[in-house]
Ligand binder design. Structure first.
Ligand SMILES: [Zn+2]
Length: 259
């Protein structure tokens, strides 16, 4: 028996590959998901592997390989491919529950995933990743935020909490995400590659102005590329225009409507 061929479409990564060096081809071809892919997506995931399974599914569905795993792409490219995979597999219609801020009516809206705004990177220089900390004056070069990095942060948070649980309840209840977000965001300090343990103590001693500068810079970089997170809607009840943030729900990976 011959299965109907899977659907595959061409896309260009919104980063245009500019963040990854010369060997990455931003023109990719993505095929629709099969039962096997869905089985992988639904497979067991441990702390710190939330993004890995999905990145592996995306990698498998890339018919033409870009020369980099989606696990190591910037978050903008990764999310872009996730949306395109959903569209290639199930179409662009997405049911989302929203509350109108004018009349407070809650209703379901069928939105089109193709209509999200897309920010593309047209130029990139290494200096875009650099900043000077306002208090201590150190020069920091940041890493690009990737799915792998987010998984690593989660892994280290869980590990650190466990370590402290035996000795100090107060320490185990700290939100260690901040520390590891900072640790993983730093590539070099004053031009030097810093070791993991050095970065841990360096980040622990940063004053508010300095760590806030790092977080702001990182989110500024994240926002340069990828899909916009806000959708414009028209209220079904009062007719007002309002904007709602895009939210990922089960409707994204398994839409209840079959068209
Ligand atoms: Zn309304």
């Amino acid at each position: 028996m011959n299965n109907k061929a899977v659907i595959a479409e061409h896309f260009k990564l919104p980063s245009n590959g500019l963040l990854y060096g010369n060997n990455v081809n931003p023109n990719v071809k993505l095929r629709s998901m099969t039962v096997r892919d869905e089985m992988k997506r639904l497979g067991p995931s441990n702390d710190g592997s939330m993004y890995r399974a999905m990145a592996e599914v995306l990698d498998d569905c890339l018919v033409e390989k870009p020369g980099i795993s989606t696990y190591d792409m910037c978050l903008g490219d990764y999310q872009f491919l996730l949306h395109k995979l959903r569209i290639v597999t199930y179409g662009p219609e997405y049911m989302m529950e929203c509350r109108c801020p004018v009349c407070t009516d809650v209703d379901e809206y069928l939105v089109n995933l193709e209509n999200l705004t897309l920010l593309e990177l047209t130029e990139f220089e290494e200096s875009m990743l650099e900043l000077e900390l306002p208090h201590c004056g150190k020069k920091i070069k940041l890493n690009i935020n990737t799915p792998r990095l987010l998984d690593n942060i989660e892994k280290d948070v869980v590990r650190t909490r466990k370590q402290h649980k035996k000795q100090s309840q107060a320490f185990s209840e700290l939100d260690w995400h901040l520390r590891y977000q900072l640790v993983y965001s730093i590539d070099t300090i004053d031009g030097e590659k810093a070791s993991y343990t050095f970065k841990e103590s360096f980040c622990d001693s940063l004053v508010g102005r300095d760590f806030n500068a790092i977080l702001n810079k990182q989110s500024e970089i994240d926002k340069k590329v990828g899909l916009g997170a806000i959708m414009e809607l028209l209220c079904n009840n009062c007719g007002s225009e309002f904007s709602a943030p895009f939210r990922l729900t089960t409707e994204f990976y398994r839409p209840s409507r079959t068209s």
